[in-house]
Design a protein around this ligand. Structure first.
Ligand SMILES: [Zn+2]
Length: 343
């Protein structure tokens, strides 16, 4: 089969790899129908040291079940399924808490002999705990939005929950990438009254406004903080969604939160030693981390199915598997917001 392999920074190839196949009785074999390149895939694309063996890429996909192991109960050949970006058993201490990302028997795609999602097929471990069967067929127009449940929409929702977004709250969303834009969708869905999007890419903030952003702040750093304060009677916002991870973005997030506010932090941190003292003196609570997408897929799915939210609009380029190396390059150059792979 064909799949995406990264060999080092800027070196992504689509090549022939061993066919995915069942190994454990709890596995499912899934033929991928839609997949995507993630903003987090750009970190190794910028920085990975060259390797001989390469690393299989991709963790967002939907596909059709081709075969299941003897112990798999909740799906059968022919079912359309969506995966969260990490696999999990659904039965351990953490999964029962809804914290599937910390599953005691879970793991990540592309590691330890598990296929990546940017390929024709994937062996999914712990299939019953991981995959969600979708009540639609594989020809539907909902597929792009359904793919976003794997990661970006679930991560945006996680940021909003961690930031305690709710009816009447004011929200600042840091970042106009796919996660930030999904954070806007999530904030509006949870009833936020005012949503200030901090971003400067014209097309992306325009989409953010369609998703529900009420204000856009295109300044950065101290000027951005000043601008948000002006918009909030000098107080700062109730809730902040940090969807970038760069040091400056995290500092801005802490600065624009009002006293007693909350920051939901989902950008993969560039620098883990941020100025947490800013939060201490304002009694700001900091939550977030990697999302338990498995828990959120079921929560968000009805809204996608009836068209109340359309997170699939973050995909501004769709192409076949062979165009994935171009997709990485275009996303890295910020020419493309998010690349969807159609099989
Ligand atoms: Zn678990």
């Amino acid at each position: 089969m064909r799949a995406t392999v990264m060999y080092g920074a800027g070196d992504v190839r689509v090549e022939t790899v061993p066919d995915a196949r069942l190994v454990e009785h709890t596995d499912a074999l899934v033929l991928v129908t839609r997949s995507a390149i993630c903003g987090s895939d750009l970190w190794p694309y910028k920085s990975m040291k060259p390797t001989e063996t390469g690393r299989r890429m991709g963790h967002e996909f939907i596909g059709v079940v081709e075969d299941v192991g003897n112990d798999v109960r909740t799906m059968k050949k022919g079912d359309l399924v969506v995966t969260p970006f990490a696999w999990s058993d659904g039965t351990c201490f953490f999964c029962k808490l809804g914290l599937h990302i910390s599953c005691l028997h879970g793991g990540r795609y592309g590691l330890d002999g598990v296929d990546g999602g940017q390929g024709e097929a994937v062996r999914v471990p712990q299939a019953d705990g991981t995959l969600v069967v979708l009540p639609v067929n594989e020809e539907g127009t909902l597929l792009p939005s359904l793919v976003t449940l794997s990661d970006v929409m679930s991560t945006g929702h996680h940021a909003a929950l961690a930031a305690k977004v709710g009816p009447g709250r004011s929200v600042g969303v840091i970042g106009d990438g796919a996660v930030g834009l999904c954070g806007v969708i999530a904030s509006r869905r949870l009833g936020a009254e005012r949503i200030i999007l901090l971003g400067r890419h014209p097309e992306r903030v325009a989409l953010g406004k369609e998703f529900g952003a009420t204000d856009v702040v295109s300044e950065r750093g101290d000027e951005a903080v000043e601008r948000v304060r002006e918009l909030t009677d000098g107080l700062g916002v109730d809730s902040v969604l940090e969807c970038v991870g760069l040091r400056e973005a995290v500092v801005t997030a802490l600065e624009i939160a009002r006293a007693g506010g909350a920051v939901g932090w989902v950008g993969v941190p560039e620098d883990e030693n941020v100025r947490a003292g800013v939060a201490f003196w304002k009694n700001v609570s900091i939550g977030g981390g990697p999302a338990s997408a498995r828990a959120y897929i079921e929560e968000l799915l009805p809204d996608v199915l009836d068209g109340r939210i359309e997170p699939g609009r973050v995909f501004d380029r769709t192409g076949p598997l062979d165009e994935v190396p171009d997709g990485y390059r275009l996303m890295n150059e910020r020419e493309v917001l998010k690349f969807q792979i159609a099989f």
